[in-house]
Ligand binder design. Structure first.
Ligand SMILES: NC(=O)c1ccc[n+]([C@@H]2O[C@H](COP(=O)([O-])OP(=O)(O)OC[C@H]3O[C@@H](n4cnc5c(N)ncnc54)[C@H](O)[C@@H]3O)[C@@H](O)[C@H]2O)c1
Length: 345
């Protein structure tokens, strides 16, 4: 029986919350999975879930949430068996570059074992479209700027990046062996309302409001393709309607690792307008109306100096228009932060 069931893992996370809410508003039946781990503030994850519930009550859409770990294969099978989703979006992962240096085992568990469990379910339940989160961190030691999908990703500089690259390789092998259409999404510093407190945009916002010192690594000589959450959601929605297909004329003698004869593709999901970290802080200061206290510090192990996204492939494939400008995105982030933490004057 045909259905419009979409299964989203990491549903209480930053990107997962926005994706679920948006798909529910579009009329999809969404099945959310999250283990609600305490890597960062669990209250924020619960608040996101409550916000989804409130939205579901208003628009009377179909939402089922399961608090479980993607390493729990038996329970995953039960959930897949019950809902038989056609589309699976895997966003659950242990995120964070720096945390992975001290806790590699957590990353292997969630990002390798959990990820493979999801793929096993995709295989056994004949999923028609599998989308999964990869990361710009896979570019590691590559210094070709901007990062293009054609660049080498063989030199990861953190365990986190290595697990994300491993996801791409494992997904490719499943696509080849079982014909599962799969698309890897290399996200570049996603920010916006309901964001992640461990990432610079939310962290800096909090520090500026609380008049605390911001450690600016690599003495500020860093830049990021800050990518606004609404753009990411729109891109994911376009991919839902465009399952990956194999390339008929794939050149196996000169292989481009982002495409394949198998139905597997990889794309950069990043705003092409790269922003220097100190400029980003200036935009935040202006929006908040408070000057930041900055401490210029050395580069942290595992950190990439510049992450800049080449979007040519994505633009060609999806026919995208311009993405959200940084000052508009920061305005939305700060407005939400004030509302959520009761800082309205
Ligand atoms: N936000 C970004 O800028 C960014 C950049 C690159 C890649 N990514 C990737 O995108 C995905 C979503 O990122 P996010 O920013 O929303 O992160 P997030 O940490 O807010 O969301 C991930 C969610 O997955 C859940 N989770 C973690 N391990 C799990 C497990 N084993 N079983 C079930 N649930 C589990 C967490 O509780 C969390 O709610 C992640 O895979 C992340 O690595 C994000």
């Amino acid at each position: 029986m045909d259905n419009n069931n979409v299964l989203v893992t990491g549903a209480a996370g930053f990107i997962g919350y926005h994706v679920c809410k948006n798909l529910l508003e579009e009329g999809y039946h969404v099945i959310g999975i999250d283990n609600l781990n305490s890597y960062y503030d669990v209250d924020l994850k619960n608040a996101r879930l409550k916000n989804i519930k409130d939205c579901v009550a208003k628009i009377k859409s179909s939402w089922n949430f399961y608090k479980t770990d993607i390493t729990n294969k038996e329970y995953l099978i039960e959930i897949f068996n019950k809902y038989r989703p056609k589309i699976v979006i895997n966003l659950a992962a242990q995120a964070g570059v720096r945390y992975s240096i001290a806790n590699p085992d957590l990353y292997v568990e969630s990002n390798i074992v959990g990820f493979t469990n999801i793929l096993e379910c995709c295989r056994n339940f004949q999923i028609k479209n599998f989308l999964y989160a990869s990361s710009s961190s896979v570019y590691g030691g590559n210094t070709n700027i901007p990062f293009s999908e054609k660049d080498s990703t063989n030199h990861p500089i953190s365990i986190y990046a290595a697990t994300k690259r491993a996801n791409e390789l494992i997904a490719h092998s499943y696509s080849h062996l079982y014909g599962i259409p799969s698309t890897g999404l290399r996200f570049f510093t996603v920010y916006g309302p309901w964001g992640r407190p461990d990432m610079a945009p939310m962290k800096f916002t909090k520090m500026i409001f609380n008049k605390k010192t911001i450690k600016v690594f690599n003495y500020g000589k860093m830049s990021r393709s800050f990518t606004y959450i609404d753009d990411v959601v729109e891109i994911i929605k376009l991919f839902i309607n465009k399952p990956a297909s194999g390339e008929k004329f794939f050149d196996t003698k000169n292989p481009n690792s982002s495409i394949s004869w198998a139905p597997h593709k990889i794309f950069n999901i990043g705003n092409p307008d790269n922003v220097n970290l100190l400029d980003f802080i200036k935009i935040l200061e202006k929006e908040i109306g408070i000057n930041a206290i900055k401490e210029l510090s050395p580069l942290q192990p595992g950190d990439v100096v510049d992450t800049s996204s080449d979007c040519e492939l994505l633009n060609k494939y999806l026919g995208l228009g311009p993405l959200t400008a940084i000052d508009k995105g920061v305005k939305e982030l700060v407005a939400w932060y004030k509302y959520f933490y009761n800082l309205e004057s």
